[in-house]
Write a protein that binds this ligand. Sequence first.
Ligand SMILES: [Mg+2]
Length: 347
Amino acid sequence: MRLEVDATTIPTDAPESDGTLEWDSTTIVVVRAHDDGQTGIGYTYCDRAAAELVRSTLANCVQEDVRASWLAMNAAVRNTGRPGIASCAISAVDQALWDLKARRLGISLAELLGPAHDGVPIYGSGGFCSYTRDRLQEQLGDWVASGISRVKMKLGRDPERDPARLDAAREAIGDDVELFVDANGAFGPKEALAWAERYALEWGVSWFEEPVSSGDLEGMRFVRDRAPLEVAAGEYAYTPEDVRNIVGCVDVLQLDVTRCLGITGFLDVANAFPVDVSAHCAPAISAHVFCAVNRLRHLEYFHDHVRIERMLFDGVPEPAGGVLRPDRSRPGNGLELKVREVARWAS
Ligand SMILES: [Mg+2]
């Protein structure tokens, strides 16, 4: 078994921002596991440091069995710090090992994981704070026109501007489409609650993501218990302990398979709690993995990742009627890395 890893940084198609961050590029770290003429693929959206950790440490942990490799990787990063970059690096390697296993068996990754569903309903996600009113309306409206019945926008960067942005969003999508908002932890608990009441009443918002920092568990529970809409979080759950800590503070648990210790880590927590689960980002891999979730809600069809996955991979699943279905006629996750495209962005 030989691991190959590429870190590729791709500029966004426009400057982007949310409630607490601005960015103009995205880095994807792709791991390929080669063995016996077969190649498994896994990836994570993370700093390039994750690629270095794969090369320096995780490559030495890989063995024949997936969970044995996973345990060895977890043990190897004890003093590095497991949550964060190390969890993302482990996720990419672990996905590649699961993918390799499925390809060896000649079945799709979804099939290997024991699907409960044949597809994952999606919601369009973008609506950045940096967008003009026209761009915001165009993006949200295009998703609705393509058959997606729920969309999410960012807010909280400049709260006094948000009412006009919410007016524009509702105007673009009409009354029947679900409108979600994500503050990325921009508010304190009482401020978040006051906004939650306005979002729900004035714009029919039904989902408030990270109203407060995900590190503020008491604040998250305070808002969840009082707000007249659903509170969601979990994208920064890197370990099973993170999931256990946040699951009682939200209405819907978000999980990111490219962060939470990969498919092995994901399988340990996704069906362990009495709560609906929503997939955070990375749609090409999440389409396979989240079919195995009992209480599956939906998947975040995130603008940046949709664009990058189409650029770097052949075999990316395309949504139909607002649902993303993994292609179960293709072995593994169905993805092939466009090596030339990766090289182009590396130079
Ligand atoms: Mg979010």
